[in-house]
Design a protein around this ligand. Sequence first.
Ligand code: C2E
Ligand code: CA
Ligand code: CA
Length: 418
Amino acid sequence: MSEKTAKHFKKGENLITEGEMGETAFIIESGRVEVLMNRNGKEVRVGTRGVGSLLGEMAMLDTQPRTATVRALEDCKVLEISHKSFTKRVSNADPILKMVLHVILTRYRDLLSRSNFSANMPHFSNDPRAEDIELSNEAHDIAVSTLKTSDALKKAIERDELELFYQPIIDVQNNKIAGFEALMRWIHPEKGIISPGIFIPVAEDSGLIVEMSRWALDVACKDIQKLQVAINDKVKSDTPAFLSVNFSVHDFSDGSFSDHVCDTLAINNTYPEQIKLEITESLLMEQPEVAKDALEKCRQQGIRVAIDDFGTGYSSLSYLHFFPIDTLKIDQSFIRSMLKQKNSYALVKSIVGLAKNLGMNIIAEGIETPEEAAAIKQLDCEMCQGFWFARPMPLKEAIAFCENWEYPEIPESSKISG
Ligand code: C2E
Ligand code: CA
Ligand code: CA
């Protein structure tokens, strides 16, 4: 491994020398060392370390002079971790974690420079390499903005600034509205509509998502009744329309997911077939047993489960047997390329075939053009969702959409190039 290089030190040799610049940390593989600090010109032993100990860890966070000497008490073999490789890892870390790490380091340095032990140590705050340890302005800003967004989101929930928008899902074989997907929006008093792409990740990181999902399910149960009335006013149908609600992995973590879902439906007098749970492949794979258990309980009550963004998350198809899945949603990236690339077209065709063979429903996401709708319809795919039919909209507009429903004219055939 490039970032961990084995190195040997003879008994009495210094691994690290106080006051010298350091750019590596060590993990002891064999042997023992002593840790010494300079006190009033005298070296004082402050401890010993053995196999498995991490030494010189400060060098992973900055490139300041060493604060202690580490000397081999016997022949030692160590693994070396460079400042550069660690910095690379830290740069990908959560911004708040990064900020906390930086603050701890700065305070520790401060403490050391004020302590007796380091009285003789060089004053390193003017060291040009100290710039290296500074949390960049950008990293600092990201950490602060994440915290601010999470704080603002908390207030948004209290102030009822969240709203569900609804995007219709069209049954293209029977020319009717099959259902809707509920998509969350944050209606900010100054900034206007904020997209879930911005606040859902923050909600997931801060744990707020659980409360938000529960709120969404409750609202969806109430709104599907209103949408159903509007649909019935226009066309009588034997099968009720469904409302899909999105869930995150955090929603499953406390073990009460299925009870909560069933209770919410019962309180709102919602039929199980009126609600569909939308879950991504990656979510299922994160905690498969927990997710399976929760989804099976929901399924036993008649609630259906859709796999969102199908084809983008997990490469093995074996999970389709493992989980109680009713619907596959083909990700929009496949739809986008299906009329340009023969391979993508073949892939979509195979997914439709796969779903049919497994007795599952299929929804094609992200239909933006009549050509895409035509191609999908021709492949015998049952349902479509996309901007060409309608964008996600507030409840009032979604009700009007149902009341004014006219099946759009989908061309008979499509030209597949590529
Ligand atoms: P998603 O679940 O895959 O939702 C579909 C996204 O595709 C929506 O974006 C929708 O507006 C967009 N879309 C629909 N048709 C088209 C089309 O024809 N073309 C294009 N380019 N896009 C189309 P939106 O509403 O911005 O949501 C983004 C993501 O945020 C969702 O992706 C979902 O992962 C997440 N999300 C939204 N609402 C919720 C929620 O209530 N709970 C959770 N956990 N996640 C949510
Ligand atoms: Ca979805
Ligand atoms: Ca999707």
